[in-house]
Design a protein around this ligand. Structure first.
Ligand code: SAM
Length: 281
């Protein structure tokens, strides 16, 4: 058999040998092209001085790229037990560098796994839980994030929501939250044909790093304000923010009550969150 650049069998063969038919319920769209997985791994930044955590390694395309790109301690969390034998082969090829955890990433505390070491999260996320995982990691401890970067693949539309700025159709709660905590950018897109099976939509690789300093306000207040404001995004703020003080709150923040949520900057959302707290104390 012809081996790949890393001395392991091509992914197509691995998938066939282990009978890893993709399961839709687990969001399985596998990448077989090791050039592409290496491009993702490289875009995460230097890996040899970090703990690298991958969620959903599947048959191991990105896992192999991360190890070949220098990850010395890679922890991969996979829910599908069918993938474990294939991942064990990778572990054996890179002794002592890959730890595979069988489990549900939604119930796994990544900060605990990182154990205080500088950490990069790199993953081709299952679409059905990708946004929830991102929010969990972003909000784990906003004053002291356990991750120094996240390089994550999402559906393009989710990527656009993460990096969205005021005035954009994609701007909403996710963009405000991500923008408050992190600097986020879309690095590149990946077309459906690159995956097996191909998903319906294009994917985007998004890179996030924690902001060195955040605009002051509390996470729970910001979440409440954005929930109310974007919950009725077509309405004027005096209407959508009525349960939180409406016109009086907007006046305290010197924000025109006829504006709509999608026009407010991050600074203005944080100001509203602070004024809302002032009003209640
Ligand atoms: N990393 C592989 C690649 O790039 O080819 C597979 C990516 S595939 C989009 C998503 C992977 O996440 C699948 O292997 C799936 O089994 C796994 N997965 C789905 N839900 C999960 C969960 N809650 N926790 C951990 N892994 C999960």
């Amino acid at each position: 058999m012809t081996l790949s650049f890393d001395g392991l069998p091509p992914l197509r063969d691995v998938v066939a040998r282990h009978g890893l038919d993709a399961l839709k319920a687990l969001g399985q769209n596998f990448l077989f092209d090791l050039n592409l997985t290496q491009k993702i791994a490289r875009s995460a930044g230097p890996l040899d001085d970090h703990v690298v955590i991958e969620v959903g390694p599947g048959p191991g395309g990105l896992t192999r790229a991360l190890l070949a790109s220098g990850a010395k301690k890679l922890i991969a969390i996979e829910r599908d037990t069918r993938c474990l034998p294939a991942l064990a082969e990778i572990s054996a090829h890179y002794p002592g560098r890959l730890e595979v955890i069988e489990g549900d990433a939604l119930k796994t505390d990544l900060a605990e796994l990182a154990a205080g070491a500088p950490t990069r999260i790199v993953a081709n996320l299952p679409y059905n839980v990708g946004t929830q995982l991102l929010i969990d990691w972003l909000t784990r401890d906003v004053d002291n994030p356990f991750w120094s970067s996240m390089t994550l693949m999402f559906q393009k539309e989710v990527g656009q929501r993460i990096v969205a700025k005021p005035g954009s159709n994609h701007y909403g709660r996710l963009g405000v939250l991500a923008g408050w905590i992190a600097e986020a950018e879309i690095l590149f897109d990946i077309p459906p044909q690159a995956f097996n099976p191909p998903p319906k939509v294009t994917s985007s690789v998004v890179h996030l790093t924690p902001r060195p300093s955040r605009i002051p306000c509390r996470l729970d207040d910001l979440e409440r304000i954005t929930q109310a404001a974007f919950g009725q995004r077509r309405k004027m703020l005096r209407q959508s923010l009525k349960p939180l003080g409406g016109e009086a709150l907007l006046e305290a923040a010197e924000i025109d009550p006829t504006r709509r949520a999608e026009t407010l900057s991050l600074e203005e959302f944080c100001l509203l969150a602070r004024r809302w707290r002032d009003a209640r104390s």
